[in-house]
Design a protein around this ligand. Structure first.
Ligand SMILES: Nc1ncnc2c1ncn2[C@@H]1O[C@H](COP(=O)(O)OP(=O)(O)OP(=O)(O)O)[C@@H](O)[C@H]1O
Ligand SMILES: [Mg+2]
Length: 406
């Protein structure tokens, strides 16, 4: 019987031509309305292609959530690596999200080393040592490195700063020899970089590329383009595209549009519709966006530390999408990192527990004892809400509070 159901399921027509293009990690071939910013990057990094080794090139991309910072950097990195390869220049373009590596310089640099196939001995080296191994490997292989470091906010803590300091020293180390390392830093709020000392900031920042929020017409063009990549011709109505545009226009966050298109397409498939219509967008809108509103109201009643703890769980959930629950130790560590980022002294274990209880009673966290699989007994913590919404709302709430206090 299950085979019959499967056959029937496979026979059903889908509205999608290529659903994967709506995956958040997908990098589209074109980026409408980011052409001029792309051109600027091409100018800033021109020397890698024209006269490799002649100078270091650096840029910092800033802009609010969902304006395309990550996708612009990734598109550019992939393209420049390819055109350099075609010209016989060996360039490693490496993208690393600092948040994903919990702001740890060691984990980040180990990731870079492994991407350039450099096997480091497991002994603990300092960031500077690892960077000098990387530099040596680049010299020996006559290669260049373009490092795109995303969510640099995660490095604004005492241990994370070590990486930025070492990177800036690296530029000094390269003086007099070929300049092999180039960087793109990506950060939402440029104020996050103000805690760097002036010499480090001046060395690392380079050209600051500020991505403006998209206008409504621009959003429509992007929505239409993303729909063309994902859906079969005529499988989504223009009214549906306009509705997605309207919904996203208030925030300028294109991630909402991509999620709405994906969920609405799946919904249309599930009810056997051959075309995605406004009603399908409406049907999924709540799960993408409106679930944020009750969260926001809830957040206002929480203390700063409760917010920081919830933010910690949301960040872990975001970067470990395959796991539903996390052991307390890991949450406590992430909470300390978040406290450091916001310049707050982390609270002790007993206090931490009472925050956890409050959050669990408010329905914002799920707390349960561990079953088999974890060493010893620990409590497991899960986030019952979409992590991205939580991260965004908490960050907004925390910045609202800091404005109110200042
Ligand atoms: N100009 C564009 N053309 C096509 N797709 C775009 C464009 N701008 C953004 N997107 C898409 O919108 C989504 C959000 O973009 P991205 O992740 O780059 O935002 P971001 O600025 O890095 O946000 P955050 O600050 O939250 O990290 C991605 O799926 C991306 O592919
Ligand atoms: Mg990003």
């Amino acid at each position: 019987m299950s085979e019959d159901i499967l056959r029937e399921g496979l026979r059903i027509r889908s509205v999608f031509k290529d659903e994967r293009t709506l995956d958040l990690s997908y990098i589209p071939p074109r980026l409408p309305h980011r052409e001029s910013e792309y051109r600027i990057l091409a100018r800033v990094f021109r020397s890698i292609y024209d006269e490799p080794g002649s100078m270091t090139s650096k840029a910092t991309i800033v802009g609010s959530t969902g304006v395309g910072k990550t996708v612009l950097a990734r598109r550019f990195c992939d393209d420049i690596e390819k055109i350099c390869r075609d010209k016989g220049i060996k360039l490693y373009s490496i993208y690393v999200n600092a948040q994903e590596f919990r702001g740890s310089p060691h984990l980040i640099l180990t990731e870079v080393s492994s991407k350039i196939a450099l096997n480091l001995p497991s002994r603990g080296f300092s960031p500077e040592e690892i960077l000098s191994f990387i530099l040596k490997a680049l010299e020996e292989r006559d290669c260049y490195l373009l490092l795109a470091l995303d969510e640099v906010e995660a490095l604004i803590s005492s241990r994370g700063l070590k990486l930025l300091t070492s990177l800036s020293r690296l530029y000094e180390m390269q003086m007099g020899s070929k300049q092999r390392v180039h960087t793109i830093l990506i950060v939402r709020d440029p104020k996050a970089l103000h805690s760097l000392s002036t010499p480090i900031l001046e060395t690392l920042q380079g050209y600051v590329l500020d991505l403006h929020n998209y206008t409504k017409n621009e959003i429509y063009d992007i929505v239409k383009y993303r729909a063309e990549l994902a859906f079969k011709g005529d499988a989504i109505s223009d009214e549906a595209l306009k509705l997605v545009t309207d919904i996203c226009a208030s925030s300028g966050n294109i991630r909402w549009a991509v999620e709405l298109l994906l969920k609405a397409g799946r919904y249309a498939d599930s009810i056997g519709s051959k075309i995605v219509l406004p009603i399908h967008i409406r049907a999924v809108q709540q799960s993408v966006i409106y679930s944020m509103i009750p969260i926001r109201d809830n957040l206002r009643n929480l203390s700063d530390h409760e917010l920081l703890l919830l933010l910690a769980v949301a960040r872990i959930s975001q970067f470990s999408p395959e796991e539903a629950y996390f052991p307390t130790g890991r949450v406590e560590e992430a909470y300390r990192v978040v406290c450091e980022e916001y310049g707050m002294e982390p609270k002790r274990h007993t206090q931490f527990w009472s925050y956890m209880k409050t959050l669990s009673m408010a329905g914002l966290l799920e707390v349960k004892p561990s079953t088999v699989g974890y060493r010893g007994r620990t409590t497991l913590i899960g986030l019952p809400i979409q992590p991205e919404l939580v991260v965004r709302s908490i960050e907004e709430e925390l910045s609202r509070r800091s404005f109110r206090d200042s």
